[in-house]
Design a protein around this ligand. Structure first.
Ligand SMILES: Cc1ncc(COP(=O)(O)O)c(C=O)c1O
Length: 440
């Protein structure tokens, strides 16, 4: 067997998919226009680069058919992780906010952001079924007044200014092509989740960062599922009518990391104007304006010219779809006969999802055959087959003893490794499974 390492662990875009020349041309345009360059190179306004907020509003409106998406509902960020931290800084207080609920398996690196904001020991896993988050499970938990660890609602650690509020709970989700499970939440479940969030004063933070990466493209429109923020905007008259304070109960956390380049470290938040106003007043933003002003100006140029959409539709999606199909064919050929396979159905096969795409995102979640455990398998795959995979327990919710166990699953990524090695990677994993089954 070749000793070349095949990396199916790293969840990044392949270097071959990074549009360096488009970014170079856009940067040249931005920096050679003295007026544009002057504002691109200065501290920006608190809600972020105006040109990018406008461009995002138009683009999002077109993609989701969401005409309410205005620049005033958008705040530019330094990417989804940075904005998660800012949202928690402004809208939670560890003495008042009781718990963070995370759909399990979860995007593991978000746990640390919650812990850094005072919620260690109060992260709770919520399982998902074929439709998405298990609403009954979550509501039962909330009705019992979920919490462990200290939390009194009398004194705040932070100052509650008029422009902000503290939510009692946070629910963190990746509703479309989740990392790591690849699952997509149905429209019905999304509506249920918004209603539940309103009943319990919870803020739903949705990392909507894989939404644009769905295939096949020709069948997609006009069937893109509404974001939770769109549902919150429309349902029962929207936040102004349906809630007492009008801040809203769902926000969309967007990022250019997966659709342009992670190094840009730029994203956006969409929420009610009231919420965005409070978020833009976050201390680290007030000190110098929103993140990534220069990159934001460059991305605004790409969006205005249609270059980003062109890159997504004509480079990224075809390449990712090709990679995905190679991976799925190999799984069918080399893993399924051994009892391993993709866990969770592709959205188009899930009759209730309302989605029409076959696949999307960056990841496939594989269930291993009994009695193979993911930890042992990941080690054997690395040492014996030189294939790197992400073992299931990585994606359990930190500190929640009752967290859903992921001992039998592994996450594999089809976007990073060279396309020519994807099939061989899966074939090698099949050999490892075969050997491990033979030893039992
Ligand atoms: C669900 C999810 N959220 C956030 C991120 C990080 O996004 P950003 O680079 O915008 O911080 C990732 C990256 O893998 C992710 O999968």
């Amino acid at each position: 067997m070749s000793h070349q390492i095949i990396d199916l662990f790293t969840g990044w875009p392949s270097p071959k998919l990074l549009p360096a020349s488009r970014l170079l041309e856009a940067s040249q345009r931005v920096l050679s226009d003295p007026d544009v360059a002057a504002s691109a190179l200065q501290y920006g306004p608190d809600p972020g680069c105006a040109a990018l907020r406008e461009a995002i509003a138009e683009w999002i409106n077109d993609f989701y058919s969401a005409p309410w998406t205005m620049p005033s509902r958008i705040c530019i960020s330094g990417g989804a992780s940075q904005s998660l931290a800012c949202i928690l800084q402004v809208y939670t207080d560890p003495t008042y906010t009781k718990n963070i609920f995370m759909i399990a398996p979860t995007y593991h690196l978000a746990c640390k952001v919650f812990e850094d904001n005072g919620f260690a020991g109060r992260l709770k896993a919520v399982p998902e079924d074929e439709q998405g988050i298990d609403i009954d499970y979550l509501e039962n938990f909330l009705l019992k007044g979920a919490v462990t660890g200290s939390c009194s609602s009398k004194t705040y650690l932070k100052t509650l200014e008029p422009s902000k509020k503290f939510y009692k709970y946070v629910i963190y989700t990746v509703p479309t092509f989740s990392n790591p499970s690849g699952k997509t939440m149905t429209a019905h479940r999304r509506r249920q989740l918004v209603r539940l969030a309103r009943r319990h004063d919870a803020l739903v933070i949705a990392d909507d960062i894989y939404d644009q990466l769905q295939w096949p493209q020709e069948r997609l429109r006009p069937h893109v599922l509404p974001r939770l923020v769109d549902i919150d905007h429309e349902l029962d008259g929207g936040p102004a009518r349906a809630t007492a304070d009008g801040f809203g109960n769902a926000i969309s956390n967007g990022s250019f990391s997966k659709i342009l380049a992670p190094g840009c470290r730029t994203g956006w938040v969409e929420a009610t104007e009231k919420f965005i106003d409070g978020l833009a007043k976050c201390g680290s933003t007030r000190s110098g304006g929103s993140a990534s002003q220069l990159t934001a100006t460059v991305i605004a140029d790409l969006l205005h010219r249609g270059d980003l959409t062109e890159h997504i539709n004509h480079c990224l999606i075809p390449a990712l779809e090709r990679r995905y199909r190679l991976m799925m064919d190999a799984i069918q050929r080399y893993l399924e006969p051994l009892g391993a396979g993709v866990k969770g159905m592709p959205p188009s096969l899930n009759q209730t999802s309302g989605a029409v795409c076959d696949g999307g995102g960056y990841f496939v979640w594989i269930e291993l055959p009994y009695p193979i455990t993911s930890r042992e398998f990941a080690i054997r795959a690395r040492d014996q087959a030189h294939v790197l995979v992400a073992e299931g327990p990585l994606f359990e919710v930190n500190g929640d003893e009752r967290s859903m166990k992921c001992d039998r699953e592994v996450r594999i990524c089809f976007t990073w490794e060279d396309e020519t090695l994807l099939t061989e990677g899966i074939q090698r994993l099949g050999n490892v499974i075969s050997d491990m089954l033979g030893e039992n």
